[in-house]
Design a protein around this ligand. Sequence first.
Ligand code: G3H
Ligand code: 13P
Ligand code: ZN
Length: 309
Amino acid sequence: MPLVNTKEMLNAAYKGGYAVGAFNVNNMEMVQGIVEAAQEQKSPLILQVSAGARKYAGAEYLTALVDAAVKTSDIPIALHLDHGADFEICKACVDGGFTSVMIDASHHSFEENIALTKKVVEYAHPKGVTVEAELGQLAGIEDDVNVSSDDAHYTNPDQVEEFVKKTGCDSLAIAIGTSHGAFKFTGEAKLRYDILEEVSRRLPEFPIVLHGASSVVPEYVAEINKFGGDMSGAKGVPEDMLRKAAEMAVCKINIDSDIRLAVTAAVRHYLAENPKDFDPRKYLGFARQYTKDIVTHKIIKVLGSNGKA
Ligand code: G3H
Ligand code: 13P
Ligand code: ZN
């Protein structure tokens, strides 16, 4: 099945009360582990690439890896640009075969965010590419933009109708208390479901996106710490809170940190127990298996997208 955009998969997710996982990829083992899990679970899938990933692996290599994934599977897969910072990177991705892009102009003024998002939509839509936009700002690292937790700005529901109407975007990322990275909460995890509810009341049947949605799986954190790492204080969004969001209007859930933790736990564990081994296929193969395991778990227990392909 060729790459698809996110239109149908997110609409179906809305109606079905589940979410599609959007997993960040940076190398072959990550792509393979994620795609094998989604294929086995018959789940729709979004593979997303950040500016950092493009810089690390090279745009051509990443699209070629995703191409290979598409050829060896039969589930709907979208290739999505994560946190596109400006029009130029969105255009490059549309021209380079991506089927979906995010324009992240949330740190600009409301008017500038509208103007830039609209410009991307006008370029992307005629080419069949869907556009995700963002209103409100998450704490943590947004690629090159570092927003401290004191600066977290929740999405203002009063702005969403005007924003979607004026931009024509296909989905909207909102800030309700999640943040990027492995250190999301110092105290109790808290999400503003009231904001999510109000946004969806104002945007009926419109797909909402949740960034910064890793659970920071405690078992991986413990494994990393056991085998020489130090991730003390790492904390993510509890799975039941994500499940609740997926049953509401959240149709796309972004997961990067949990894959990073799985890979790191696997590599540390393998090398600690096999100090004489120096074959990267061994420890990266182990990392690929961990990636597959965590994605399978997410699909079944958090997203509810199994069997929906
Ligand atoms: O939301 C940001 C993602 O976690 C991507 O992170 O820019 O380090 O690839 P990255
Ligand atoms: P996490 O850091 O919680 O995995 O969030 C990833 C993300 O939002 C990518 O856009
Ligand atoms: Zn994000």
